[in-house]
Design a protein around this ligand. Structure first.
Ligand code: THU
Length: 161
């Protein structure tokens, strides 16, 4: 038996002004998107904004369903829409935040495992790192790429014979 330690890195910012104007724009797009969430069951409105290599920003929100498992997270809504509309264009970054109890969350939102897996797939597909911004009312956590967010991940290579 050997112990394998996996160390991952994130950068925490206390305010938006520490980031570039391009980053601030993407973060603000994710914050604006929460208004469009469909979250009548959890009341936890999530907004995601995806920046493409061509400069286009796509937003997505969580879409819930009375049959609970049929719903989808904001990140996957945004990424699947981006990848279906722009199948040739790499994704460069994603920002995600949530609004509940009439305010933005106090601590940056960690994406669920399934969303992490989809971000990894998009990163692998376009061979371009996807920078991840986890956004709260004031604090922002920045992760350099999807594989840093999901260090042990399944990808296409495991499907090779
Ligand atoms: N949700 C997201 O949209 N993204 C996440 O990263 C975590 C959770 C949604 C799913 C569900 O609609 C609600 O938040 C509560 O879990």
């Amino acid at each position: 038996m050997k112990k394998v330690e996996i160390i991952t890195t994130a950068y925490e910012y206390d305010s938006l002004i520490e980031l570039s104007s391009e980053e601030q724009l993407l973060i603000n797009e994710s914050k604006n998107a929460v208004k469009k969430a469909y979250a009548p069951y959890s009341k936890f409105k999530v907004g995601a904004a995806v920046l493409l290599e061509n400069g286009v920003i796509i937003t997505g929100t969580n879409q819930e369903n009375a049959a609970y498992p049929s719903g989808l997270c904001a990140e996957r809504v945004a990424l699947f829409y981006a990848n279906s509309q722009y199948p040739e264009v790499a994704v460069k970054a994603i920002a995600v935040t949530a609004f509940t109890n009439n305010k933005f969350i106090e601590n940056p939102l960690p994406p669920c495992g399934a969303c992490r897996q989809v971000i990894v797939e998009t990163e692998t597909r376009f061979k371009t790192p996807i920078k991840i911004y986890l956004v709260s009312k004031e604090k922002i956590t920045v992760i350099e790429d999807a594989k840093t967010l999901l260090p042990i991940n399944f990808d296409e290579h495991y499907l090779e014979p």
